[in-house]
Design a protein around this ligand. Structure first.
Ligand code: SF4
Ligand code: SF4
Length: 172
């Protein structure tokens, strides 16, 4: 199956299910959509969604962050928006924020609060994982458990978790 369609299917899991049952954007005036540095990583293969749909509110670029798979280097793409988007096309990173997958030392996928979110998101600052909507946490876990069955995605997740460790040391 085309990777773009896989992501588009997974996106649906977060169309109605959000971190909390109320509109948390009212707490913070949608701080996560207004960061100066903006930008969210696109997960492996996710850029195909935006190549397919071609929305005018998103721009993509490459980052310096990379992982290696089968002796090839993959720079992780990043997406930038103007602070506005089509909700039904927003990237996976926006849908799971302020949570993120994390591959622990046993090779098991955990769902954690994204340490990068702690500087701006009231939920990330105050909530434990159990405080989020259980269906939301479960969907995050299921999506990344599924994606990580792909060996390249698993390799990315390992590098991504090491990248998060740098922030965890600082923010936790
Ligand atoms: S996820 Fe956090 S930063 Fe984003 S709208 Fe909700 S409370 Fe605000
Ligand atoms: S793509 Fe949408 S949800 Fe994501 S940061 Fe931009 S405005 Fe917010």
């Amino acid at each position: 199956m085309n990777t773009a369609y896989v992501y588009l299917q997974l996106y649906r899991l977060f169309d109605e299910i959000t971190p909390v049952p109320t509109d948390c954007g009212r707490l913070c005036k949608k701080a996560c959509c207004k960061g100066d540095d903006g930008g969210m990583f696109l997960f492996p293969g996710e850029i195909s969604v935006y190549k397919l749909l071609g929305p005018d509110w998103i721009k993509t670029d490459k980052t310096d962050f990379y992982y290696e798979y089968n002796s090839k280097r993959y720079n992780v793409p990043i997406a930038f928006c103007s602070g506005d988007c089509d909700r039904y096309q927003r990237p996976l990173a926006c849908r799971i924020f302020p949570l993120t997958p994390y591959l622990n030392e046993n090779g098991t996928i955990e769902v954690i609060t994204d340490p990068r979110a702690k500087r701006l998101c009231p939920l990330a600052k105050a909530f434990f994982i159990d405080d989020y909507d259980a269906a939301f946490v479960k969907n995050v876990k299921n999506v990344f458990t599924l994606l990580a069955k792909n060996k390249q995605f698993f390799t990315f997740l390992k590098a991504y978790s090491e990248y998060l460790d740098e922030f965890r040391r600082f923010y936790d």
